[in-house]
Design a protein around this ligand. Structure first.
Ligand code: HEC
Ligand code: HEC
Ligand code: HEC
Ligand code: HEC
Length: 190
C-alpha cells in the first residue's frame, strides 16, 4: 500500500514536471472547480465566491460607471473590451501564454484560477487530495502579496488594501471534517 502510494506520487510528480511547458497554463474555468467545490461536505467554496464582488468583476465593466471611466481615460473601446480594464477584471487576461479550456468564459470575472493558478492539470480528485502533488501540477495557495497584482493604484477605483479586512470578505474554508476517500477506496480495491 505504501509503495503503491509512493509510485503514484512519483508518477504525478514527474508527469507534472515534464508537462510544465504545455499544460501549466490551461485555464479550466470556475465551472470545472464548482463540480466538487460547491458541496457542503467540501465547504462550498464556490458558493462563497459567487457572493463576492470577484464573481461580478466582468459585469462591473458593463455599467454606466465603467463607461464613464473609459471615456475620461480617452479610450474609444467600451470598458468590457478595453485591455487595461480586462487585465484585472477577468481571469488569465494578462498572461500571454494562457490557454483556455473550451467552456472557459471571461464573463465569470475573477475566478478561482486568478488566485489559485490555471487548473486543468491539478483539478483531478486524486491530485487535489495531495497538496504537494497539486502544487507540482500548478496549484497556488496565494499569499497576501498576490492580491496586490490587482489591488493597486493602477486601479481607477483603488481603495487602500488591508489584507485582513479584505480577506475576511471572501474567506472560504475547507470543511475540517472532510476526508478524501481515494485512499480508503484504494485499500478496498487493491
Ligand atoms: C474532482 C473534484 C475536484 C475538482 C474538479 C477540483 N477540486 Fe480542488 N479539491 C478537491 C479535493 C477533494 C480537495 C481536498 C479537500 C480537503 O482536503 O478538504 C481539494 C482541495 C483544493 C484546494 C486546497 C488545497 C490545500 O491543500 O489546501 C484548493 C485551493 C482547490 N482545491 C482549488 C481548486 C480549483 C481552483 C479548482 C478548479 C480549477 C478545483 N480545486 C477543482 C477536489 C476537486
Ligand atoms: C485578478 C485580479 C484580482 C486579484 C488577484 C484579487 N482581486 Fe480582489 N478584486 C478584484 C476586482 C476587479 C475587484 C472589484 C470587482 C467589482 O466590484 O467589480 C475586487 C474586489 C475585491 C473585494 C471587494 C471589495 C469591496 O469593495 O467590497 C475584496 C474583499 C477583494 N477583492 C479581496 C481580495 C483578496 C483578499 C485578494 C487576494 C487573496 C484579491 N482580492 C485578489 C480583482 C482581484
Ligand atoms: C490594477 C487592476 C485594475 C485595473 C487596471 C482596473 N481595475 Fe477596476 N477595480 C479593481 C479593483 C481591485 C477594484 C475593487 C476596488 C477596491 O476595493 O479597491 C476595482 C473596482 C472597480 C469599480 C468599482 C466597482 C464597485 O464594486 O464599486 C469599477 C466601476 C471599475 N473597477 C472599473 C474599471 C474600469 C472601467 C477599468 C478600465 C479603465 C478598470 N476598472 C481597471 C482593479 C482594477
Ligand atoms: C481572490 C483570490 C481567490 C479566489 C478568487 C479564490 N480563492 Fe481560494 N483561497 C484564496 C486564499 C488567499 C486562500 C487561503 C490560502 C492559505 O490559507 O494559504 C484560499 C484558500 C482556498 C482553499 C483552502 C481553504 C482552507 O481552509 O485551507 C480552497 C479549497 C479554495 N481556496 C478553493 C477555491 C475555489 C474552489 C475558488 C473558486 C470558486 C476559490 N478558491 C477562489 C484566494 C482565492
Amino acid at each position: 500500500m505504501q509503495s503503491y502510494r509512493y509510485i503514484l506520487f512519483i508518477c504525478f510528480f514527474t508527469a507534472g514536471l515534464f508537462s510544465q511547458q504545455e499544460k501549466f497554463n490551461i485555464y479550466a474555468g470556475v465551472e470545472r472547480c464548482q463540480v466538487c467545490h460547491e458541496t457542503p461536505e467540501m465547504g462550498n467554496q464556490h458558493g462563497v465566491w459567487k457572493d463576492t464582488k470577484h464573481a461580478k468583476a466582468y459585469e462591473t465593466l458593463l455599467t454606466e460607471e465603467s463607461a464613464l471611466i473609459v471615456q475620461e481615460k480617452g479610450y474609444s473601446t467600451p470598458a468590457y473590451e478595453t485591455p487595461e480594464c480586462l487585465s484585472c477584471h477577468v481571469t488569465g487576461y494578462n498572461n500571454p501564454d494562457a490557454i483556455f479550456a473550451e467552456n472557459f468564459t471571461i464573463q465569470n470575472g475573477v475566478q478561482c484560477e486568478s488566485c489559485h493558478g490555471a487548473g486543468e492539470s491539478y483539478r483531478k480528485e486524486i491530485i487535489m487530495c495531495d497538496r504537494e502533488v497539486s502544487i507540482v501540477n500548478g496549484l497556488i495557495l496565494p499569499k497576501p502579496d498576490d492580491c496586490l497584482t490587482c489591488h493597486n493604484e493602477k486601479s481607477p477605483r483603488y481603495k487602500p488594501f488591508d489584507y485582513e479586512v479584505y480577506y475576511k470578505k471572501m474567506e472560504h474554508h475547507k470543511n475540517p471534517e472532510y476526508k478524501c476517500e481515494t485512499e480508503e477506496d484504494e485499500d478496498e480495491d487493491w
